[in-house]
Design a protein around this ligand. Sequence first.
Ligand SMILES: Cc1cc2nc3c(=O)[nH]c(=O)nc-3n(C[C@H](O)[C@H](O)[C@H](O)COP(=O)(O)OP(=O)(O)OC[C@H]3O[C@@H](n4cnc5c(N)ncnc54)[C@H](O)[C@@H]3O)c2cc1C
Length: 417
Amino acid sequence: MAELKADVLVLGAGMVGVGAALHLQQRGRDVILVDKHAAAGEETSFGNAGLVECASVFPYMFPRDFGQILRYAINRAPQVRYAIADLPMFLPWLVRYFLASAPDRALHSAMAELPLIRRSLLEHQALVAEAGVPELLRQTGWIKLFRSDATLANAAAELERARHYGVAGEVLDGKAIAAREPHLTGEFAGAVYLPAPGFVPDPGGLAKAYAALFVRKGGRFVVGDARTLQQDASGWRVAGPEGAAVGREAVVALGPWSDLVFRPLGYSIPLSVKRGYHQHLEPRGNAVLHHPVLDSDLGYLLAPMNRGIRLTTGVEFARRDAPPTPVQVQRALPRAHALFPLGEAIDAKPWIGARPCLPDMLPAIGKAPRHAGLWFDFGHQHHGLTLGPATGRLLAEMMTGETPFADPGPFAVERFG
Ligand SMILES: Cc1cc2nc3c(=O)[nH]c(=O)nc-3n(C[C@H](O)[C@H](O)[C@H](O)COP(=O)(O)OP(=O)(O)OC[C@H]3O[C@@H](n4cnc5c(N)ncnc54)[C@H](O)[C@@H]3O)c2cc1C
């Protein structure tokens, strides 16, 4: 069987792996991108809400407000649901998440990630231009609706806090909401409009367009199973149906499946998942949605994708491989129909995906401490579409000995002991 050789194998062709492959290629590395699917962007990077969240200074941490924790604990909050049977498995991770969400530690995570967040949109702008797909990145910003004065006040305070870090935003009253989105109906206390974030109307298509750019520039894309990864004298080897791919170095960019590679190598990194769902619906008549709209208090988001209006849900804590339980989609659907004129469902059943998360909501980027030539690039939580190209730059700078544009220290896996 054939054996392909390269400088670097990038394992996983989601937005994170494709971003790393492109940046390594830009720095002269011969790269093979390996995925279990025959195309890029078929998993988590396909199904997200499409936001390039360059205004998200503060990561999604565990709430510290007692009332909110109680709502989550009784499993009635629309934003978060947990599978009771899986709770014993999740509890130790949730405790770590809770501890990492203490105000000082949450601020540490936010400040560590800020250079990446600031870089995120610029990286996408450069890549869509080079890939020839400017239509896949719209400058719409997004709108967060609030149904109660209390939640609107919290969001307005959060916006004031974010302004210190250069985030622009506007609090909208009912009239201003109607001016931006004339087809919404409902009783709103108000909304926050963030103008800077980009919107990707086909996230899977964007990953594919970036992968096509990588191949046009001489990169190779092969089907292979990352679980077969082995180290030998020539470096790192992965088996696939067409033969083996061998690289002097390898990057683990397998998103929620990264543990399938790092665990057998002896690393105990607390990677977990926050599952989420989507379902596409037809807009009714000539109704148009101009921005992604988060119905914050009711826990779902509507995004105007090329395929239709994509309803995405909040977080479900359940095992990555447990059968789908799209309760949050079912609960959100009537609320979404009341918010915007929606017709028939386009998908036969809801899509499910899993946000790869570490307890401090920072990704793992950098050298595998005990294996020469092995690198990590996973755990991008709620922001993998946003950050894939930016973290790809950071990783490639580290791998090629350039001065990294951001301090990589906080992303080292050694932080977990
Ligand atoms: C409902 C929802 C909404 C979201 N909204 C947003 C958003 O608006 N903005 C944002 O920035 N982020 C969002 N996210 C998060 C974002 O989608 C993820 O952080 C991101 O997609 C992770 O990318 P990845 O490349 O690490 O993982 P993936 O996209 O899952 O890629 C991993 C790749 O590894 C491959 N793979 C797995 N196992 C193997 C194997 N054994 N061998 C070879 N290949 C393998 C898979 O096929 C896949 O291609 C959302 C997530 C969800 C679930």
